[in-house]
Design a protein around this ligand. Structure first.
Ligand code: DQA
Length: 146
């Protein structure tokens, strides 16, 4: 059983970037926490970050052959722009949770629309890095009961 965690553009800067919105945890510390939790549950977890839309599309397409059971994705700015990533997730038919560190609904109007929400299992927004561990907890329970 395996879970893929996808991080979109600029999330490589976590910890440095606008900590008032995104907190002080780095991406590598978030990834390490998620990996530890999954390992304890006996589930393989892969993380992938890219600033490039096409690389994220290609990674999502690869799920068709690599057998990923669940995806946790923070599409970052591509949340509000990427029909291509949405279409890739629909194509591989993988269940996913959309995570945002900040509460996008408390911010600029252009962040209120997501190309992912209506095809997601659920959305977590505004709980900081804790949102990822909550999403992972759900994913593990769901995988173990399937
Ligand atoms: C974000 C919210 C997006 O609007 C923004 O472009 C990001 C991060 C979040 O995690 O809060 O880069 O997805």
């Amino acid at each position: 059983k395996s879970i893929l965690v996808l991080h979109g553009p600029n999330l490589n800067l976590l910890g440095l970037r606008e900590p008032e919105h995104y907190g002080s945890d780095t991406l590598s510390s978030i990834n390490q926490t998620l990996t530890d939790i999954a390992t304890q549950a006996g589930i393989a977890l892969e993380t992938f970050q890219s600033n490039t839309e096409g690389d994220l599309v290609t990674k999502i397409q690869s799920i068709a052959t690599t057998k990923v059971d669940f995806v946790i994705i923070n599409p970052a700015a591509f949340t509000h722009t990427s029909v291509a990533m949405r279409d890739a997730l629909s194509a591989v038919k993988v269940p996913f949770i959309e995570v945002h560190l900040s509460n996008v609904y408390a911010r600029e109007a252009f962040r209120h629309h997501s190309y992912f929400t209506d095809i997601a299992v659920g959305v977590i927004s505004g709980l900081g890095a804790h949102g990822y561990t909550l999403a992972l907890d759900y994913a593990i329970r769901r995988i173990n009961h399937s």
